[in-house]
Design a protein around this ligand. Structure first.
Ligand code: MOS
Length: 725
């Protein structure tokens, strides 16, 4: 089915099931431990051997020799995989670095070997006996030092934009801001590490794994091993968090496949937690320079956002200037990304790549500009709203209720009680402040397919390779199918995450919810057609209460299965509608903090997010997404930072003991408001993404609140107490 805009009234609009705050249909499985995650698939691979990964202990080198003889002879060892015995491996299309090093080592903790043994302990003990000799090569590990050598990236489709005359307009602007902000490298730190069990059956490979994008993973596994895609199956029904870290094929899956091949056994590998941070991808650090010129009345006349980030050769920039192209009006504009070559581990997507770090900088800049103008920061944002894409002025937004988010939030939060002068509100030892920031994240739509089965008991089964990374996909897909077929939720079974099912949008870029349910919508429309045809009813029959009604006739839905099964498959495809309309999601974050006047300790007191993100398919699941994102934003504001050892070239704090993330005690009550919105340009679901919107801007709202509390402006994240005293 091709999506044509605007979406018309359709069965989803009944909102009998969709739009309700439904509990998770997979909740009981997860809370009772019956949902099996990749590493726990004893049911399919009861005799799996254990793999343990050896990571490179240098960042950049040539391997002189690998001695596996001692490891090979250790108790229980079944095999040792290295580049010398693995056969020729290609690089997956989505990987910047290769997943098995040798002879070159491209980054610290890049895998150099997999030891396979009968037990985990034996594999671990033997891994310590693998001897690798390196010839080190000097590398570049310091973004600030490499700034001058950074280049405009070629691979990015839009590395720089220019509208009007920024330099002239900025020079003549009566009020100017020119400031530089930095964001550090950050890690995904999800609960479930990357984990896979691989098993060969002849030339066919099955991988039970944890992967956000099944089809990408299957393609890249086939490409890496040099086998046909049809020979590879991925199964990933439950995933313990992803955040972008599981978007791509990773080392544990490839090594499990190679270990299984070498030993003739099923092999399971969970990437050891201390390897996770340097072995896999991370959110790259940025240096961002923002210049804004405005009239005395606060109208932006010139805005420039330049961002520097680094990656391994062949890598990509952190697209931190994205939102600045679209968020505020202003006739003279400039954005520019520059990419430095660094030999740190590979950078890549982490929740709201681009906008998350971009908003951390831009939204402090707006706060600083408001202060220069002696203007309320909410007002400043409102007067610089735009109804069109400010770079291409004829292009409208499909929906843009940004100002309403700011106004609703200000009202609800009690923003008028804020003291505009910093460091003036004190409660005992606590300095109290309020902060605001916008939320902005683009809405991407992706082709997505599904298969739907109707059986003679009236059960509707949905099959799609879509994944649920803890986001609630099972539930919103069940709601969609129930709405479309006129049945209750208990009549719907959802099967996800298997490459034997139709290819879906997958989970990434906050496109999963809207796109995957739209694919289920398409398949259900086809099933409705098949049902009415089979029952000899008019095509516009009503599907409700388990029956199909038309022309005064009412027939039970299950009769269409006729004692067997009715099976259809379809996908939702989008043309180039995003060229006509800019699709984005909007919001506003409000935060109250208290800062200890003596120690600089920051306590978050209240957080509020107001979001305009199209139809909210399940307000309960969506709220969970947003509070999770706000929590991650609090981490980015106050504590998350991968510390780079610039001599050796690695992230020092590479485990959860030293990579600090928020815990319950760090997070206050979080209030989330969704504007009642539908976006008929986004899909027949009229929904959009929300899971990444929630993180964009939070950290700046916190930094701005800290400034309001203390009068100390910190432009280098995270805002730790040493920077406040
Ligand atoms: Mo997302 S960072 O595309 O999983």
């Amino acid at each position: 089915m091709k999506f044509t805009t605007p979406a018309t009234t359709n069965p989803i609009d009944q909102l009998k099931v969709v739009g309700k705050p439904t509990d998770r249909v997979d909740g009981p499985n997860k809370t009772t431990g019956t949902a099996r995650y990749a590493y726990e698939r004893h049911d399919v691979a009861p005799n799996a051997a254990y793999g343990y990964i050896v990571g490179a202990s240098v960042a950049k080198a040539i391997i002189k020799s690998i001695d596996i003889s001692a490891a090979r002879g250790a108790p229980g060892v079944l095999g040792v995989v290295t580049y010398e015995n693995a056969g020729k491996l290609e690089k997956g299309s989505k990987n910047t670095a290769r997943l098995l090093a040798g002879p070159e080592v491209q980054h610290y903790h890049q895998a150099v070997a997999l030891v396979v043994a009968e037990t985990f302990e034996q594999a671990r003990a033997a891994a310590a006996l693998v001897k690798v000799e390196y010839s080190p090569i000097s590398g570049s590990y310091d973004l600030a030092k490499e700034m001058a050598a950074a280049k405009t990236p070629k691979k990015d489709e839009k590395p720089a934009t220019k509208v009007g005359d920024f330099d002239g307009a900025f020079a003549s602007a009566p009020v100017k801001l020119d400031a530089t902000y930095t964001t550090p490298d950050e890690s995904h730190a999800m609960m479930e590490p990357h984990a896979s069990i691989a098993q060969w059956n002849g030339d066919k490979l099955t991988v039970w794994t944890a992967n956000q994008m099944i089809d990408w993973g299957v393609s890249d596994m086939a490409q890496t091993l040099g086998i046909k895609k049809e020979k590879v199956r991925f199964v990933s029904p439950y995933i313990g968090g992803g955040f972008g870290g599981k978007l791509f094929l990773r080392a544990e899956a490839v090594l499990a496949a190679l270990g299984a091949k070498q030993t003739g056994r099923a092999v399971k590998v969970a990437l050891q937690r201390p390897l996770m941070i340097n072995n896999t991808t991370h959110r790259p650090a940025t240096i961002q320079r923002i210049r804004i010129g405005a009239t005395r009345e606060g109208r932006i006349t010139a805005i420039a956002h330049e961002s520097w980030s680094g990656d391994l050769p062949g890598g990509q920039p952190e697209t931190a200037v994205n939102q600045t192209r679209l968020l505020y009006a202003g006739p003279n504009r400039l954005t520019h990304m520059r990419l430095a070559e660094l030999d740190l581990p590979e950078g890549n997507a982490m929740r709201a790549p681009g906008e998350a770090p971009g908003m951390m900088a831009l939204e402090i800049a707006m706060d600083e500009l408001a202060e220069k103008l002696k203007m309320d920061p909410v007002t400043l944002r409102i007067i610089n709203d735009t109804t069109v894409d400010p770079e291409k002025r004829t292009r409208k937004f499909s929906q843009r209720r940004y100002v309403e988010c700011l106004r609703t939030g200000a009202e609800r939060f009690g923003w008028s009680k804020r003291n505009a002068e910093p460091a003036k509100v004190r409660e005992g030892r606590w300095l109290v402040g309020y902060g605001v920031a916008s939320a902005f994240r683009n809405n991407i739509v992706m082709k997505s397919g599904a298969r739907v089965r109707l059986d003679s008991k009236g059960m509707v089964t949905v099959e799609t390779d879509m994944t649920d990374i803890g986001t609630g996909t099972y539930t919103i897909i069940a709601q969609t199918a129930a709405e479309m077929m006129g049945v209750t939720l208990d009549k719907v079974v959802v099967k996800l995450g298997d490459s034997d099912y139709p290819v879906s949008a997958g989970s990434g870029g906050q496109w999963g919810g809207n796109s995957s349910t739209a694919g289920v919508y398409a398949a259900c429309m086809k099933l409705r057609e098949a049902v009415t045809k089979k029952l000899g009813l008019a095509a516009d029959a009503e599907f409700a209460d388990g029956t199909v009604k038309a022309g005064g006739k009412s027939v039970a839905l299950h009769e269409a299965a006729n004692g067997g099964e009715l099976v259809v498959e379809d996908k939702m495809e989008y043309g180039d509608l995003d060229k006509k309309f800019q699709q984005s999601t909007f919001g506003a974050h409000f935060v109250e903090v208290a800062v200890d006047a003596y120690t600089g300790e920051v306590r978050l007191r209240r957080m509020l997010a107001v979001c305009a993100a199209g139809r909210i398919l399940n307000p309960k699941a969506a709220r969970s997404q947003v509070i999770g994102a706000m929590t991650m934003g609090a981490g980015a504001a106050l504590m998350e930072e991968l510390v780079v050892d610039e001599r050796v070239g690695f992230f020092v704090n590479h485990d959860l003991a030293s990579y600090e993330v928020p815990v319950h005690a760090d997070i206050p009550h979080q209030d989330v408001v969704f504007l009642d919105e539908t976006d008929p340009m986004s899909s027949p679901m009229k929904a959009k993404g929300v899971g990444e919107l929630g993180i964009c801007g939070v950290a700046a709202a916190i930094a701005n609140a800290i400034y309001n509390a203390t009068g100390v402006r910190v432009r280098e994240y995270p805002v730790t107490l040493d920077k406040l005293i």
